[in-house]
Design a protein around this ligand. Structure first.
Ligand code: EPZ
Length: 435
């Protein structure tokens, strides 16, 4: 019999949340901005980095490639990255690259810097088939030859030139990769049907801080004039829209009165609107939102869409929230059509959810009770936490490594708000795997 030592989260639900929680830097901005430093000819200082596993992994990959990474003042939210030691376009640390999806940003960054890139296949949350055909389309538009092999992607070019790139589906990753590949390429690149998420704008702002010429980020059309060189800069990452939204959903689910600080309320608009539909009060300030839920929670309908629509990365947390709302809700997933694999876990907690294609019909009338559940991916894990905080009794969440990919100090932050949540180390034998 084989035994493994693992950690799980144990939540004793039913405690209302009160107080203040501060939001960390945005994961999905950080994991693109760190590879973007590869394009630079000088060191950069990146501030407000979230202390999460995905950031440690991408920094480790850069170190493996030859970059020098130094924490400033012993604080891992502020690092200096010196990319001058990166001499090769070939990334070899397969295990690290295979641990995260966003390592595909190295393709755009290395292609932009060296005109070639060899990057092992990336991994990450696998709630869906996650194609990269649009990334490849962008690289080919700039003149790269692309080969997709089972274990790696190889890009090469004789001469890259700015070009029009017209995406037929709005893709965050492909828009970011197109920007990374194009900023140092001669000529003008126009990205049509670009994604507009806050992290797209953040990457553009970072590239411009290094001397790039990127205009229009945050609209459907991004225009880039290639520059020869990029210089070092100091840049602070935006707050994490989805971490903030997750705490907002947690307060709505558990009840209470929490002020969420260090946020950009405009980035939370679609989440705020839906929470108000559930009877939750959301007050907006310059850099904070206050979420109050004292009365009943009502059902509502949600449809995920690219920004500025309701974010798919908040869909599981909302299904968890609506699982204890009075009445029937309809949640339609329009970005990742099969992103409902966590639903059976919520059913273990008593959730009444029927899936029909890309729609989940949620009846919250009976509410939730504690159960043993798994975090199947990052946001699925966040949904289990939201559900566990609202449920009667004890919820045990295993596979928490997924949650730690993207939420900084979640136990500490929730405990400070009055939640009864703790990390418990346990030994699992191959005889008692609970699916
Ligand atoms: C980013 O993934 C995020 N990841 C995801 O967050 C997020 O769910 C997603 O954007 C949508 O907002 C990072 O930023 C690291 P997409 P990405 O390309 O870029 C289709 C989280 O939990 N598509 O915008 O991979 C695709 O199938 C993670 O933090 C193609 O068809 O997503 C999907 O339906 C999970 N071909 C749609 O586009 C492609 O080449 C949107 O995907 C690429 C995408």
């Amino acid at each position: 019999m084989e035994c493994t030592i693992l950690d799980k989260f144990v939540i004793n639900g039913g405690h209302k949340l009160y107080g203040t929680v501060n939001i960390s830097g945005a994961k999905n901005a950080a994991v693109a901005i760190i590879p973007a430093v590869v394009l630079c000819d000088e060191p950069c200082i990146i501030e407000n980095l979230p202390k999460i596993r995905d950031v440690s992994v991408i920094l480790e990959i850069l170190k493996n490639m030859g970059a020098k990474v130094t924490r400033i003042g012993g604080d891992s939210s502020r690092v200096k990255i010196d990319p001058r030691g990166i001499k090769s376009y070939r990334v070899t640390c397969e295990r690290l690259v295979g641990d995260m999806r966003a390592s595909y940003y190295l393709l755009g960054a290395l292609l932009g810097k060296f005109g070639s890139a060899v990057v092992p296949a990336s991994g990450g949350c696998s709630f869906c088939d996650r194609p990269i055909d649009l990334h490849i389309k962008a690289f080919r538009s700039l003149g790269a030859k692309c080969e997709l092999l089972p274990d790696r992607v190889e890009l090469s070019s004789e001469k890259l030139m700015g070009h029009n790139i017209d995406f037929d589906v709005v893709s965050v990753g492909a828009t970011m990769n197109a920007m990374l590949a194009a900023v140092r390429v001669p000529g003008r690149t126009v990205i049509a049907r670009a994604a507009k998420e806050p992290h797209i704008v953040d990457l553009a702002n970072f590239l411009n801080s290094m001397g790039a010429n990127v205009k229009g980020a945050g609209t459907d059309v991004i225009k880039i004039k290639g520059v020869e060189k990029l210089h070092g800069c100091t840049y602070s990452i935006i707050p994490d829209q989805i971490e903030a939204g997750t705490y907002m959903a947690a307060v709505a689910a558990a009840g209470g009165d929490v002020t969420i600080t260090g946020v950009i309320p405009e980035h939370l608009e679609s989440i705020t609107t839906k929470l108000r539909d559930t009877g939750t009060t959301v007050e907006e300030f310059d850099e904070a939102v206050r979420v109050i839920r004292e009365g009943p929670l009502y059902s509502c309908n949600v449809k995920t869409m690219p920004h500025p629509g309701f974010p798919t990365d908040m869909q599981p947390q909302f299904v968890a929230l609506l699982s204890s709302a009075q009445g029937k809700s309809r949640v339609m997933e329009c970005v990742w059509e099969t992103r409902f694999s966590y639903v059976p876990q919520l059913r273990k907690m008593g959730a009444d959810i029927i899936e029909n294609g890309n729609t989940a019909h949620v009846d919250g009338t009976t509410g939730l009770h504690g159960a043993k559940v798994r975090a199947l991916d990052l946001r699925a894990g966040a949904a289990m936490i939201v559900a566990g905080l609202a449920a009667k009794g004890v919820t045990e969440i295993s596979d928490i490594r997924y949650i730690e990919r993207g939420y900084e100090e979640i136990i500490e932050k929730l405990t400070a708000l009055g939640a009864d949540i703790r990390r418990v180390t346990y030994v699992e034998s191959n005889e008692d795997v609970d699916l």
